[in-house]
Design a protein around this ligand. Structure first.
Ligand code: HEM
Length: 445
């Protein structure tokens, strides 16, 4: 049995490197140590696993030996309560069973019309804005509108910017607490915790009032995710979600359901506009399959090249760049003994760019997902939505949203990218943190 490669004993150095740039830090140590190694970070030591078969062991084949990592379980509930994403065991299973029907493709088809209307109106509005626009900001607002509409069947009441700021600010505080040893050590001397609770209260009040209004007015004739979640009955226990549980799932869906999609559409536009021939090919397909009408639900699934583009966007810059698990009982992974209680990081970003499994891994090449080349892809090396029972519940929702936005952008806009490079930051998601400036105008030809 070989001993597990580890980063240096100067744990503070590794911890700071991770806080500053998790992507490069993991890449650097992967190059030195291989696909399984220990990131020594004192109380926060993590084991990194990048091998696709070993990741499959953790998420699927030996899933019972793992649960969501402490980072999710200690921090997320502070913001979202006991929502699906940060819980485990029977509680999680019950919530997942209750929520699942709301995310079936068949059900999503019934709320598609509303989603299409939001995308149509928002993108039209972007043409009227002063140019250029900050694309990543616009995508955050658009996806926030989409998820709000899907949840409540109506647009955002109140200030979308303020809602986003409160969500983002409070989540950012939790992430910094998890990742940055300096923030953790100095937090009590600052106003950060107070500000976190101020932002959290703002969001809580908003969601409480949405639920109270709906309980008062009823779901009559409404087909939105909130109505589904309110009325769905767990087939095994006969239970439904009470107000507290409903709120935690609404907050979870807000959180999980907009930033991920926004990041995808932001990284995606960079890749597409840096390769005009790819964008032109996508547009050709949209013109041929749909023309100038708004896409119908079924038409979206006839867009085979656009789907390849969406898949490649999620490969190159997976918005959920990593997932974390805690080891419940000591296990041997790939010849290494991993003790009980440690946290694993499974970085999909590095898996998706692993040179052993991907040809020209850093190139944007939607054709790698073409039917002719699909067989070349290792079946466990592409996991933008995770795998196993905790796989993203919103995967169809997200793909529908991406295809719709890509198609309507191609139908309507001429775009000019004014930004050469973008700085990314890996926290809970992988997001662009500098502005992506894009000049948009009505399509000419
Ligand atoms: C491109 C967009 C998206 C990506 C890349 C993504 C990715 C992921 C991943 C990787 C997980 C698994 C986490 C783990 O195993 O620890 C996850 C879970 C989840 N996602 Fe998504 N997601 C996206 C969009 C959405 C949307 C649109 C929604 C809802 C409207 C959503 C709701 C959720 C929820 C509730 C979970 C937790 C599921 C559970 O624990 O059972 N996601 N997502």
């Amino acid at each position: 049995m070989s001993s597990l490669p580890s980063t240096s004993r100067f744990w503070i150095k590794t911890a700071l490197e991770m806080a500053q740039d998790a992507m490069s830090t993991i890449s650097k140590y992967q190059a030195i140590h291989g696909d399984v190694f220990k990131l020594a970070m004192a109380g926060r030591t993590r084991y990194v696993v990048i091998d696709p078969d070993l990741i499959d062991e953790v998420l699927v084949r030996q899933k019972k030996k793992f649960q969501k990592s402490k980072t999710y379980k200690e921090l997320l509930p502070l913001l979202t309560g006991q929502g699906m994403i940060g819980t485990d065991g029977e509680h999680w299973r019950k919530h997942r069973r209750i929520a699942q029907p709301a995310f079936h493709k068949k059900y999503l088809a019934t709320i598609y019309e509303q989603k299409r209307k939001v995308v149509d109106e928002y993108l039209n509005g972007m043409l009227k804005q002063p140019q250029p626009v900050v694309w990543n900001h616009e995508m955050t607002m658009l996806t926030l509108h989409v998820v709000t509409q899907a949840l409540m069947g109506e647009g955002i009441k109140g200030d979308a910017q303020a809602i986003h700021k409160a969500m983002d600010g409070s989540l950012n505080f939790l992430i910094q607490m998890a990742l940055n040893p300096i923030v953790r050590a100095t937090e009590r001397f600052t106003n950060r915790r107070k500000e976190f609770y101020r932002q959290k209260n703002y969001i809580d009040q908003l969601v409480d009032s949405m639920i109270a209004t709906r309980r008062r007015e009823g779901n009559d004739g409404r087909y939105d995710l909130m109505a589904m979640l309110m009325t769905s009955v767990d087939e095994e226990t006969g239970e439904t979600l009470d107000d507290e549980a409903l709120k935690s799932e609404m907050l979870t869906i807000f959180l999980a359901g907009h930033e991920t999609s926004a990041n995808a559409m932001s990284w995606g536009i960079m890749s597409l506009l840096q390769q005009p021939e790819t964008f032109a090919r996508l547009r050709e397909e949209v013109d041929a399959v749909i023309g100038q009408e708004l896409p119908s639900f079924d038409q979206l699934f006839q867009l085979s090249y656009t789907r390849q583009v969406a898949d490649e966007i999620l490969r190159l810059n997976p918005p959920a760049w990593a997932v974390g698990r805690t080891v419940l009982e000591s296990i041997n992974l790939g010849g290494y003994d991993i003790p009980e209680g440690v946290d694993l990081i499974l970085p999909f970003y590095h898996l998706h760019r692993h040179p052993k499994y991907w040809e020209h891994p850093n190139a944007f090449d939607p054709d790698r997902f073409s039917p002719e080349r699909m067989d070349d892809i290792h079946p466990k090396a592409y996991l933008p939505f995770g795998s196993g029972p905790r796989k993203c519940i919103g995967n169809h929702f997200a793909i529908i949203e991406m295809l719709l936005i890509l198609a309507v952008v191609a139908q309507r806009f001429d775009l000019e990218l004014l930004t050469d490079t973008v700085k990314g930051q890996a926290t809970l998601t992988y997001r662009p943190v500098s502005d992506i400036m894009v000049r948009i105008s009505p399509r000419r030809a």
